[in-house]
Design a protein around this ligand. Structure first.
Ligand code: FES
Ligand code: FE2
Length: 376
């Protein structure tokens, strides 16, 4: 039970280190859920592609000739070669050509040609389409689901959390800049860190000036009394300091406000939506920031941080972009370092598990979520 004012044990330490456990999590969570992998505008034309990574799997994300999103395992049906060696590009003439023996597929994954192959009477092109993967998008974010028969649609999977960002014109927004950061920690360490502000006073002095509530080592007032988030209104959660308008190093930003935002949310300067385990998105008055999470191995995790703006803003305000990004870069570097020294300490042979204190109710919720998923 999360949100109680008691302590509770953390997850078993080996869940952060052990390769077999990691493989179980990939199967139960990462290869079953919808996972955010990028943005629509990264593949704006038919035949544009990029290769996404989910655990050990590499997935080609593209658009067919009708402009529909398509995804395939990055593996040729002949003898299993990697299809796309480059991480992104455009398929010429709508043809996906294996670099090994040139088996050639169309943008819907159908095998259409096998040059140089000596004929055999049992060979049929139809028998060897690419392994396709479920793909859909919300708010301009591209999601895939590696389950052969997804249990939920993307819409069902995302649920009501998407309502939090109502008013932000996500679909119209475009990536102004993207950073990629590899952390030497298990992916759950990242989400634990994200879900508590107990570390904020020590780790984030600059952020605590922007959001003064964080100085108390909590995300929200209800945590000071050991209350439960389920009963707390998100509108009662803190925002940026008085005199500040947004989430930057000085709480200011010389970019136009996004039109039509909910006043309460806008006045907070930041409004979070979380989609475990692959992404969180924060709406700010002038921009949106998303952080995607991708496990690389038991002790490595890749973050992709994207700053989204409405079209034209990058061109009209190039001098403000660094300012827009500097607080997130600082906070992510601080959190990243904490995640890495946390991971390193878990190698202790005597530390079977840790303990969660009341204001780590968000961490407890992540743990409950992981446990439930593993139980299937
Ligand atoms: S493995 Fe792809 S054509 Fe041979
Ligand atoms: Fe942090």
């Amino acid at each position: 039970m999360s949100g109680s004012s008691k302590t509770r044990p953390s997850l078993p330490t080996r869940w952060y280190l052990d390769a077999d456990h990691y493989a179980r999590e990939l199967e139960a969570i990462w290869y079953r859920d919808w996972v955010a992998v990028g943005r629509n505008e990264q593949i704006s034309e038919p035949g544009d592609y990029f290769v996404a990574r989910v655990g050990t799997q590499r997935i080609v994300i593209t658009r067919n000739k009708d402009g529909a999103l398509r995804a395939f395992h990055n593996t040729c049906r002949h003898r299993g070669s990697t299809l796309c060696i480059e991480p992104r590009g455009r398929f010429k003439n709508g043809r996906i050509i294996c670099p090994y023996h040139t088996w050639t597929y169309d943008l819907d994954g159908q095998l259409v040609a096998t040059p140089y192959r000596v004929e055999s009477d049992d060979f049929r092109l139809d028998n060897y389409p690419l392994y396709d993967v479920a793909i859909d998008s919300w708010g301009g974010f591209v999601f895939i689901c590696l389950d052969v028969q997804p249990k939920h649609t993307l819409e069902e999977f995302l649920g009501t959390e998407v309502d939090e960002l109502e008013g932000w014109p996500l679909t119209d927004m475009m990536v102004a800049h993207e950073d990629s950061v590899d952390l030497a920690c298990n992916w759950k360490i990242f989400w634990e860190n994200y879900n508590e502000c107990y570390h904020c006073p020590r780790i984030h002095p600059e952020l605590c000036k922007v959001v003064p509530t964080y100085k108390q080592g909590v995300f929200a007032e209800y945590q000071l009394s050991g209350g439960d988030r389920e009963n707390a209104d998100r509108r009662s959660e803190p925002g940026v300091a008085e005199g500040m308008t947004t989430w930057t190093i000085d709480g200011q930003l010389a970019l136009p406000d996004i039109p039509g935002l909910d006043k309460d949310k806008k006045n907070k300067g930041m409004w979070f939506a979380t989609f475990l385990g692959s992404m969180f998105v924060v709406g700010h008055p002038q921009y949106v920031r998303s952080v995607r999470v991708s496990p690389i191995d038991p002790e490595r995790t890749r973050l992709t941080i994207s700053w989204l703006l409405l079209p034209g803003i990058v061109e009209s305000h190039p001098q403000e972009l660094e300012h827009m990004m500097s607080l997130a870069r600082l906070v992510i570097a601080q959190d990243g370092r904490a995640c890495e020294f946390n991971q390193q300490g878990l190698h202790c042979r005597r530390h079977d598990s840790g303990v969660l204190v009341p204001q780590e109710d968000g961490v407890a919720r992540v743990h409950d979520w992981v446990r439930t998923r593993l139980e299937g």
